[in-house]
Ligand binder design. Structure first.
Ligand code: 6PG
Length: 249
């Protein structure tokens, strides 16, 4: 059971089991929706195993690709050809071989600057959703995938930066990053990310132990503030757990 104030915590034995559990949750959300499905992907290294799984048999055979649309929660403001580009990683790992191209919705990084890029993506999301205002009864996404950075950022919402406080816009330009890679970013905001049936964090590996410890202690960092209007789940592996609770799970 989740401690008060914290999301539901699910512990997997290792990174492989965590990716498997994440794929099962993705499939459960897909199966639960008989019509058009929207999934918001994330960047960083944590979801790569999940993306590989979704693109491999038997998973890819179970996905109704013609009903699923794939978005991204944040992007590094670099060309699509740059290995740092988050959507390019997802495309190369599983989307390009499986999803109809019109169902892949990258954040455009060809605009003059991150603010223009954010405006363009907000328009794309609003056109997809069919409204410029979010209705709590009708979530934008079925599932939003997230990760937690070493400073407690999530998407490209960094602690102490003004973008984390945004309440109106769906997408914002982030002129500088708090951690590497130090390139400008474009990020969905807390209210846009919250508009989902489920927000699923993947937090794996020993390197994540310090930040997971801080989050579990209730530090109000972006990764703790990001919540779904529906269900929020932190999927963590044992290596990321604080020493004190590691053996007990
Ligand atoms: C990004 C991400 C970011 C990421 C965390 C965790 O563009 O960098 O979307 O929010 O999820 O930084 O990254 P790792 O999975 O690499 O630890």
């Amino acid at each position: 059971m989740a401690a008060a104030g914290l999301p539901e915590l699910i512990v997997a034995a290792d990174a492989g089991a965590l990716a498997q559990a994440a794929a099962e949750r993705v499939m459960a959300r897909i199966t639960a929706n008989p019509s058009r499905i929207a999934i918001c992907l994330t960047g960083g290294s944590s979801p790569k195993k999940l993306y590989q799984l979704l693109g491999s048999d038997p998973w890819r055979g179970k996905i109704p690709w013609n009903r699923v649309h794939w978005f991204i929660g944040d992007e590094r403001f670099v060309p699509e050809s740059d290995p740092l580009n988050n959507m390019a990683v997802a495309r190369a790992t599983f989307l390009d071989r499986n999803a109809p191209s019109g169902h892949i919705h990258p954040i455009p990084t060809t605009a003059d600057n991150p603010d223009r890029s954010a405006e363009a993506y907000a328009r794309e999301l609003q056109a997809f959703y069919g409204s410029e205002s979010l209705d709590p009864a009708r979530p934008l996404f079925d599932l939003v995938l997230m990760g937690a950075g070493p400073d407690g950022h999530t998407a490209s919402l960094f602690p102490g930066f003004p973008e984390i406080e945004e309440t109106q816009r769906w997408v914002v330009g982030v002129p500088k990053a708090n951690v590497a890679p130090f390139v400008p970013r474009v990020s969905l905001t807390l209210p846009a990310l919250a508009s989902c049936r489920e927000m699923l964090f993947e937090i794996a590996g020993h390197d994540k132990q310090p930040i997971l410890t801080r989050l579990l202690n209730g530090e109000t960092l972006p990764a703790l503030r990001a919540r779904s209007n529906g269900e929020t789940v932190w999927l963590v592996d044992r290596a990321a757990l604080p020493e004190g609770i590691r053996g007990g799970r």
